[in-house]
Design a protein around this ligand. Structure first.
Ligand SMILES: *Cc1c(COP(=O)(O)O)cnc(C)c1O
Length: 611
């Protein structure tokens, strides 16, 4: 039975039980039950489910792996982690993360004024805050205020001009001062589609010449004591460990060199983020070549070696991994609205008393297809279809004949695939699958909910929430409800996705899109004005689960207001136009006005009905 690659990407977080995909903890509740409950309460359209226990699991894993490595190598530096807010700033995630991170003194990383202010409000007391990214004087000022408030904050300098601004502002403000970090520009580079943050030509960081200059500036302005950390970040989703090891070697040596030059409070190396997530649901697409414990071991081993060699203190380690912490906590669930060839059923056949010869042939193929001839008949039927389309273009067969042919070919393909089963998927059959692929129309927007698929061709695991005890027989492509042809996850010949042959007029069919908790939400685009879907937090308990803090998707009026429309004037105009209509009477006007107001106050996703 198809397990949708659960063994590859799911990390034991989800399992298949009784044909349903279930959360693998406590009572192992089925996701479909949560969805049914939410839909019964009126939340139709796509749903984003958050699982805080999976945030907790990732945080624990990180701290435990480093604790274990620390013990193994008798590493003396401390381990710290901060969560980079840019990965997901939604309150449903951040508030849970901060609460769950308290026990570990897990901090926050900010890359902008808005994120820094968020960190200042929500960060656990005494947990570290790091600030990266380009800074103006205002942002630096906010950093000073954070310190003055009592936060344990480090401002990481991306360029000398930022250091000059800090020096200037330090003279004007009160006594407490934030710690200063220097981002170093490494010659080692990352790998993978996100690897633009490392390297000599990267957007960020100080060259060795600039580092020396920074040291002089800090000394001259009596700020050297504030200099506590060097920082690098070689990119997100580092799928291979090798570049990280190279970068660590380089950074470790920079650390000891700077300490030799007098930076006596420099105690920490911040490795940035980059811990990779395995997104693939197909073995041949597996990307990550290391585990978290290997990562932790390598980091501490390399830094310890350098410290021993250079007879210096082992540095404290900071990491800023975000994707690894956030990705698996969220699952997007969306209902299938339609299978495009659903009308291709035997009842829809409209055979004439006298059909063109090719149609009779197709009908015979359909009726007599058997295991021993299935592949051959499938080939023959596709040849027939070609010929019929040619005959249609030439005017020799009519639209009814063409329709009959389409239906018959689909019926034959379905039967053949069912008969041949998955074991028999030769390259040939896979190619045929592409031709007979079913297009599933799904009530969601790829632009809103999986922008990295659109922008970076990043795949996310797709799994039906139920029917997993039935073999899926349809090779599938997925279409979202935007009217953009890019809103499609197309059929892949190398890694075909198979879904179930369902009649959505008779039964519901829900798809889960997994690992969407990192980056996707805030990068989501409102193409066609489809907005962030309704979200719910699922807490597991001894009885099963509990649905907490539902945040409903924005209404159409609010969405328009966000675009700076004056919604009062929109309402006034609609009122006036209805009042002026000559096509309906007064009581009808009243009714349609009421209907319009309902729509305006609902979200814009399609309201699929439950069966
Ligand atoms: C983006 C970013 C991170 C987070 O990277 P992940 O790949 O999500 O772990 C950490 N630090 C810095 C400086 C970043 O820019």
């Amino acid at each position: 039975m198809n397990n949708y690659g659960l063994d590859i990407w799911a990390n034991d977080n989800f399992i298949i039980k009784n044909g349903k995909i279930c959360v693998n903890a406590n009572k192992k509740p089925a996701i479909i039950d949560m969805v049914k409950e939410l839909r019964a309460d009126g939340y139709k359209g796509p749903l984003l489910l958050r699982f805080p226990h999976l945030i907790q699991k990732q945080i624990e894993k990180i701290y435990e792996s480093f604790a274990k490595a620390k013990k193994e190598f008798n590493y003396k530096g401390k381990f710290n982690a901060v969560y980079p807010l840019k990965v997901n700033q939604y309150p449903g995630f951040v508030k849970n993360l901060v609460k769950l991170g308290k026990a570990y003194n897990y901090g926050l990383e900010a890359g902008s004024k808005a994120e820094l202010l968020l960190a200042m409000a929500y960060n656990n007391e005494n947990a570290p805050i790091t600030v990266n990214g380009f800074k103006d004087r205002e942002l630096i000022n906010i950093g000073f205020i954070a310190r003055e408030m009592g936060h344990n904050i480090t401002l990481t300098i991306e360029g000398l001009n930022e250091l000059e601004a800090i020096i200037d502002i330090a003279k004007q403000r009160f006594k407490p001062k934030p710690n200063i970090g220097l981002r170093v520009r490494l010659h080692s580079v990352g790998s993978g589609i996100w690897a633009k943050s490392g390297g000599i030509n990267s957007k960020f960081g100080l060259t060795s010449t600039e580092l020396i200059e920074a040291m002089c500036l800090l000394k001259k302005n009596k700020l050297l004591d504030q200099f506590t950390m060097i920082h690098f970040h070689i990119g997100s989703q580092i799928t291979e460990i090798q570049p990280l090891k190279k970068a660590l070697n380089e950074a470790g040596n920079i650390y000891t060199e700077l300490r030799k030059m007098g930076a006596k409070n420099l105690r920490a190396i911040n490795l940035g983020g980059g811990l990779a997530v395995e997104y693939s649901q197909f073995k041949n697409e597996k990307k990550r070549n290391y585990t978290l414990s290997e990562y932790a071991n390598d980091v501490l081993f390399i830094l310890k070696n350098i410290a021993e060699q250079k007879k210096d203190l082992e540095p404290d380690v900071f990491i800023e991994s975000g994707r690894f912490v956030a990705a698996n906590h969220a699952v997007l669930v969306a209902p299938v609205l339609e299978l495009f060839s659903q009308e291709y059923t035997e009842e829809k056949l409209n055979l004439k008393d006298k059909n063109p010869k090719l149609i009779d042939e197709l009908y015979d193929l359909y009726k007599s297809i058997k295991p021993m001839n299935a592949l051959e008949y499938l080939h023959d039927s596709l040849d027939c279809m070609e010929s019929i389309l040619t005959l249609f273009d030439l005017g020799y067969v009519d639209l009814h004949d063409r329709s009959n042919a389409e239906i018959l070919v689909h019926l034959i393909a379905k039967k053949a695939i069912l008969i041949l089963g998955k074991e028999e998927y030769s390259a040939d059959l896979l190619a045929l699958q592409e031709e007979v692929q079913e297009r599933y129309l799904v009530n969601f927007s790829i632009f809103q909910s999986m922008p990295d698929f659109w922008g970076l061709a990043q795949n996310f695991p797709i799994v039906p929430l139920h029917k997993l005890d039935e073999e899926p027989t349809r090779s599938a492509s997925i279409w979202d409800i935007t009217c953009d042809s890019d809103g499609e996850i197309s059929y892949s010949k190398d890694n075909p996705l198979f879904l179930h042959d369902v009649d959505v007029e008779k039964e519901n069919y829900f798809l889960g899109f997994f690992l969407v908790g990192a980056y996707q939400e805030v990068l989501g685009m409102r193409h066609n004005l489809f907005i962030h879907p309704t979200e719910a937090t699922i807490k597991l308990n001894d009885k099963g689960y509990e649905i907490k803090s539902i945040i409903e998707a924005q209404s159409i009026l609010d969405t328009l207001e966000d675009l700076d429309y004056d919604i009062h004037s929109i309402k006034d105009i609609l009122n006036e136009r209805i009042a002026n209509s000559k096509l309906v009477n007064e009581s009808q006007k009243k009714q349609i006005l009421g209907e319009l107001y309902l729509f305006l106050n609902d979200n814009g996703y399609l309201r699929s009905v439950d069966i």
